[in-house]
Design a protein around this ligand. Structure first.
Ligand code: SF4
Ligand code: SF4
Length: 180
């Protein structure tokens, strides 16, 4: 089947733009201008002069970290019931809503006959995840959240990027159990 796309008008590069040296020099000029301006302002601030003129803010990361807004979507966690068991009912709604198809859930029989099922496997492939939050929105029992404030850590293997159920539960430990 032929799929028709929307034509995109790409601007033609001028001769000066095609000779990249000029564009590189322009970029260097902008970078240098900011560098020297900030160095000048920082020097003035150091001597207590012109403190009202703001200079670039430099954070000594990772020792200093900027506070994230409340709605920041960080690494996922699976929330817990007051008895410490996982709240997830393995209903698969989050996996169905996920546009990246990066959630894999396996349901198992719960030892308590009053509970229909629970997840025995809950994996999130964080390489595929786009941190959109749709899984959080889709969950009917508030079992998955992205309020950890954590960035995904650098990892060295593809398998290492998969957050398993134990990791997701462990991230809930600093939070108290949420009662619905
Ligand atoms: S944040 Fe988005 S992409 Fe990531 S697991 Fe949830 S629904 Fe999927
Ligand atoms: S996290 Fe929520 S939506 Fe996903 S399977 Fe568990 S209960 Fe269902």
């Amino acid at each position: 089947m032929l799929v028709k796309g929307m034509p995109v008008n790409r601007p033609k590069l001028t001769l000066m733009e095609r000779v990249y040296v000029v564009e590189i020099l322009k970029g260097l000029y902008v970078t240098s201008r900011h560098f020297f301006k900030n160095m000048f302002l920082h020097t003035l601030h150091l001597f207590g002069i012109a403190k009202r003129i703001p200079a670039a803010v430099t954070l000594q990361y990772p020792e200093q970290k900027r506070a994230y807004p409340e709605r920041f979507r960080g690494s996922h966690r699976l929330t817990l019931k007051p008895d410490g068991s996982v709240r997830c009912t393995a209903c698969m709604l989050c996996a169905t809503a996920c546009p990246s198809r990066c959630i894999t859930i396996e349901a198992g029989e719960h030892p308590d006959s009053n509970v229909e099922k629970h997840p025995i496997r809950y994996d999130i492939d964080t390489i595929l995840c786009i941190y959109c939050g749709d899984c959080v929105e889709a969950c009917p029992v508030d079992a998955i959240r992205m309020d950890t404030g954590l960035h995904p850590n650098p990892r060295y293997t593809r398998e290492g990027f998969v957050d398993g159920i134990d990791t997701l539960i462990k991230r809930s430990e600093p939070f108290s159990a949420v009662v619905i």
